[in-house]
Design a protein around this ligand. Structure first.
Ligand code: F6P
Length: 545
């Protein structure tokens, strides 16, 4: 039940005591093939994990732990549509959404692939009508702007992919994402738009999410200032599991793209939730994204652990979180178009593995999901890298490095890559007191001034990082990358014996917001809250203009 009692975990614990001070610098000096020993490919995607505090023995022990928790068996169970999301009684089948082999995937005795393919076909047809100018607005004009209204998984993934695939965008079509219930988000988006040429995609798996429905309602009110009720069908489509609510909202269910309860919100960009992606970059490029996801699925399902990128990255995470006590993990893409990648990964990882109860319902006595964060390099270097280099916490970093840019270059890309590689090297090597001393002496410093400055310029080094390197950020490569992190999260969830696919923790805040809302709206007596919340409600009522 608890990994702490597994002999392989205990063996790792002892091993940690033996090698916790192992110097990566020394290991590199001792073994000129360290890179070869600790790097692995999936197609064109390289994982270099040589700059980690590991030996061959560490990896063997981590693989033994994965075997002991039956990772391969759990993987099969996921791919085969077993109800592994047991608290919701659901299968977990984002892999079926990108199952390009089309092999049957059974849920409750039924193959889901015909439904998956039918929705993909409907998406392809719809994209064609929009792109070819056959889908016309209420004044007969073609669409110029797509506005996706959704939040969480119904926003972050598609928004990230659209940013990342901007070089593939279809001419004449812009995409916008509105997620925040803060009216600023919708208002500032609508300001730029013409209702005659705007198509809203209301994306909500449940179609009950307060933020999304509020934004969709306001968008419809904005539209109705120009169009008629009967024109709504030309300007609003929906993506959901919930035909009844879609229809109640006033969207014709012919214009609804179906998803299923076995698609988790944060794993849904591969489904019809990806409609804004397909509209923005074209259905062929959306298909290429699915191809990449499928490639990573095959890699994860079929490769032995020692060649398996998601397994290796997941296990390294366990090594740092549970043995080195790391609390956070940074993901730093050296690609400006991946600016939203860390946010998507944040939801993917933290909503999946932010759990304190194991699969059997008992409280957990070991650490689970880390805080995931990051921003693109090189900007991060001038903001928070100081703490990663010289702070008191150990923060593993993933550097995501595309070799080639989509944009005319003039040497920018070499400078960008040099910076990414330099950060990884500096984190590993650090700078010793002797090196600092030599540098200061060479700079003409001596005596007390030298001694006073010296400790501040020492870098401890020995700080771990992974490098993910690939030729170019194509749709296939992006598909591989996202699927890789999805499987990494799965690996860690299996080892921690948690259900990575529910998210009960977000419910309490939603319930309380519903209870507070009437108290903010009315001047009646405030219902029961703690004294802090009550006084804050009073103050807001007073200050409200
Ligand atoms: O925040 C919880 C959550 O349920 C996410 O898991 C989900 O992606 C998001 O809300 C949006 O949900 P929906 O797509 O049902 O509107």
């Amino acid at each position: 039940m608890t990994p702490l009692n597994i002999p392989e975990w205990q063996s790792l614990d002892r091993h940690y005591s033996d090698i916790k001070f192992l110097s990566m610098r020394e290991q590199f000096a001792l073994d000129s093939s360290r890179f070869e020993h600790f790097s692995v490919y999936s197609g064109d995607l390289l994982l270099d994990y040589s700059k980690n505090r590991i030996t061959q023995e560490t990896m063997e022990k981590l693989f033994a732990l994965a075997d002991a928790v039956e990772l391969k068996d759990w993987t099969k169970r996921m791919f085969n549509g077993e109800l592994i999301n047991h608290t919701e009684g659901r299968a977990v089948l984002h892999t079926a959404l990108r199952n390009r082999s089309n092999e049957p995937v059974m849920v409750d005795g039924q193959d889901v692939m015909p439904q998956v393919n039918a929705v993909l076909e409907k998406m392809a047809d719809f994209c064609a009508t929009v792109h070819e100018g056959r889908w016309l607005g209420f004044t007969g004009k073609r669409m110029t702007d797509i506005v996706n209204i959704g939040i969480g998984g119904s926003d972050l993934g598609p928004a990230m992919i659209c940013d990342a695939l901007e070089p593939y965008a279809i001419d004449g079509l812009s995409v916008h994402f509105v997620s925040n219930v803060d009216g600023t988000d919708l208002s500032t988006t609508l300001e730029q738009l013409n209702p005659e040429t705007t198509l809203f995609v209301v994306a909500s798996k449940t179609f009950t999410t307060q933020e999304t429905l509020t934004n969709a309602q306001s968008a419809r009110n904005w539209f109705l200032k120009s169009g008629q009720q009967t024109d709504v069908a030309k300007h609003f489509v929906a993506v959901s599991t919930n035909a009844e609510e879609v229809s109640k909202f006033g969207i014709n269910t012919d214009n609804m793209f179906e998803i299923w309860d076995w698609v988790g919100g944060r794993y849904s960009l591969w489904s019809a939730i990806g409609l804004p992606i397909a509209l923005y970059v074209g259905f062929d490029n959306f298909s290429r994204l699915l191809d990449g996801g499928h490639q990573m699925d095959k890699h994860f399902r079929d490769q032995p652990l020692a060649q398996n990128i998601p397994a290796i990255m997941g296990l390294l995470g366990i090594w740092y979180i549970n043995f080195f006590n790391a609390q956070t993990h940074a993901i730093v893409p050296y690609d400006h178009s991946l600016a939203r990648f860390p946010s998507h990964m944040q939801q993917l990882d933290m909503e999946s593995n932010g759990k304190f109860i194991n699969r059997q319902g008992a409280r957990i006595s070991y650490k689970t999901g880390p805080v995931i964060w990051g921003t693109p390099g090189t900007n991060g270097q001038h903001a928070y890298f100081q703490l990663i280099h010289q702070g008191t916490q150990l923060i593993p970093v993933d550097f995501v490095l595309p070799v080639n840019s989509h944009y005319p270059d003039c040497d920018h890309q070499s400078i960008l890559l040099a910076n990414g590689l330099a950060q990884a090297e500096a984190l590993m090597k650090g700078k010793t007191a002797e090196e600092v001393r030599a540098e200061l002496v060479a700079g003409g410093l001596e005596g007390k001034a030298l001694e006073a400055l010296l400790p501040h310029k020492v870098f401890p080094g020995n700080r771990p990082s992974n490098v993910l390197l690939f030729p170019k950020l194509t749709p296939e490569m992006l598909g591989q990358l996202v699927a890789l992190y999805e499987h990494k999260v799965f690996v860690q969830g299996v080892i921690w014996n948690i259900n990575s696919f529910d998210q009960w923790g977000v419910e309490l805040g939603k319930q309380l917001a519903k209870a507070i809302l009437p108290d903010l709206r009315d001047d009646n007596d405030i219902s029961t809250h703690d004294s802090s919340t009550t006084e804050l409600i009073r103050l807001i009522r007073q200050l409200r203009q």
